[in-house]
Design a protein around this ligand. Structure first.
Ligand code: LLP
Length: 439
């Protein structure tokens, strides 16, 4: 059961592989972030849309009081379609096109994060054309590499994002922005990476960005009113993963910034954050159907069973790309069989096409069984590809059901949720008891 709905019903209704996202869980997490970070001094929590975006998800998070961080014209278009007002949007990107910037400015996107010198002139031009004054932040790289996979750490200096805090580029950007009448600087931005479990990385980053704010004030007389510390809050993929909970992380970061500001003698700016994974990651599950079960003898005589499912690296590239680990379970029946060591693999023509590298699954696993891979709400569907042209339509659908309102199983005919179309994804407003308890 997922959110009170039988996964076999979902698989039958929509086909597999199927992303299932629990609306109640997403909303609960959005509220938890909004409240915890507001208490820590944040005026905005922007949901990082790159983690997972659809019109429905944009509406859910906005209804729960979050803004949305978009990183392309495509993400902006979805947020616009969802009716999210411009003032609740923030735009990122290290190479935003003129067309993207014009759309953003015309729609009234509240904040555009400047990532290069070229972009200062482009945003200024777009704003001047539209006859508006555009609010911008400067993205500073502060030389911190968060403890995470090297491909997704972003604040060390040798990388494409932002302008160096220590080398003077960020200050120079502020100087140039101040001279342009169609731009107004609201603050500084720093994002140090993703899947971060503690506040240590934020501590160093905050100290450096606060020092930058102080230099800007001392040398240019410009007060930094807003400090956006990006996203990166980690989630548990395995039992052994132990990220700080949302209140604790928010509290620690709030204290860190307040202390850094007090030490450098500047007024504490209002804060902003951009969590993505932590809002949608745990709320998502991918359902697959088992197609083949193949025991393979390893060098030392042990057996590893390759369990092939009907999706793979086209719906979840994270295992192949980052060596990500996942938890998987047999979801369509109960089995008392002894566990066997398995590797859950996809159906793509590539041996690196692994979904779950090591898993213990029941020894009687058989074709037709459904497997559920947990915590796939973030960066799976949004990074999905067309590799091998697996049929995406098979798993289309967007169901909305309220199990609490449903008749007992035996009194109902076949389940027929109202569908809105969304490729390969079921979004449903099931209410999880765990979320209820936490409300
Ligand atoms: N803000 C900025 C400027 C970002 O670049 C990112 C993520 C976020 C916020 C949201 O970070 P989150 O809270 O989701 O960690 N594809 C990788 C993750 C890439 C993250 C890119 N930037 C993965 O699958 O782990």
């Amino acid at each position: 059961m997922l959110g009170g709905v039988d996964v076999r019903d979902l698989a039958q209704e929509f086909g597999t592989p199927l992303f299932v996202l629990d609306e109640a869980d997403v909303r609960w997490r959005a509220r938890a972030f909004r409240d915890a970070y507001a208490e820590a001094g944040a005026s905005w929590v922007f949901y990082a849309a790159k983690a997972f975006l659809s019109v429905a998800v944009a509406r859910w998070v906005h209804e729960e009081g979050l803004g949305i961080d978009v990183a392309s014209g495509g993400e902006l278009a979805v947020a616009m379609r969802a009716g999210v007002p411009g003032e609740a949007l923030l735009m990122h990107g290290n190479n935003k096109s003129m067309a993207e910037l014009q759309t953003a400015v015309e729609y009234g996107v509240g904040r555009i994060v400047i990532d290069s010198f070229e972009e200062i002139a482009r945003v200024a031009e777009a704003a001047a054309q539209a006859g508006v004054v555009q609010q911008v932040l400067v993205r500073a790289t502060v030389g911190v590499e968060a403890h995470t996979h090297e491909y997704i750490a972003t604040a060390h200096e040798d990388q494409k994002f932002g302008l160096s805090a220590s080398g003077g580029a960020a200050e120079e950007a502020v100087r140039r922005i101040a001279k342009l009448p169609s731009l107004t600087l609201v603050g500084l931005h720093s994002h140090i990476g993703s899947q971060i479990f503690d506040a240590a990385g934020f501590e160093v980053a905050a100290a450096r960005v606060v020092a930058l704010a102080q230099r800007i004030y001392d040398e240019q007389g410009i007060e930094i009113e807003e400090l956006n510390l990006g996203g990166g809050m980690g989630i548990a993929y395995l039992d052994s993963d132990d990220p700080l909970d949302v209140q604790e992380m928010a509290g620690q970061i709030g204290d860190i910034v307040a202390k850094a500001c007090a030490e450098s003698g500047i007024a504490t700016p209002r804060l902003a954050f951009e969590p993505g994974r932590a809002i949608v990651g745990p709320a998502g599950v991918t359902l697959y159907e088992v197609g083949t079960v193949k025991p393979v003898e390893l060098d030392h005589g042990q057996i590893r069973t390759y369990v092939s499912v009907d999706g793979g690296m086209s719906d979840n590239i994270r295992t192949a790309l980052y060596g990500a680990d996942y938890t998987v379970t047999l979801a369509s029946r109960v089995s008392q069989a002894e566990p066997m060591l398995c590797r859950v693999v996809g159906k793509h023509c590539e041996s690196g096409d692994v979904v779950v590298r090591d898993a213990w699954l029941p020894g009687d696993l058989t074709p037709g069984d459904l497997l559920a891979v947990a915590a796939t709400g973030a960066y799976c569907r949004s990074m999905a590809s067309n590799y091998n042209f697996l049929p995406p339509g098979r798993s289309s659908g967007c169901g909305r059901r309220r199990p609490r309102d449903r008749a007992p199983r035996d009194d109902r005919g076949p389940a027929r949720p109202r569908c809105r179309h969304l490729k390969g994804c079921a979004l449903f407003s099931a209410v999880r008891s765990r979320s209820d308890e936490k409300e």
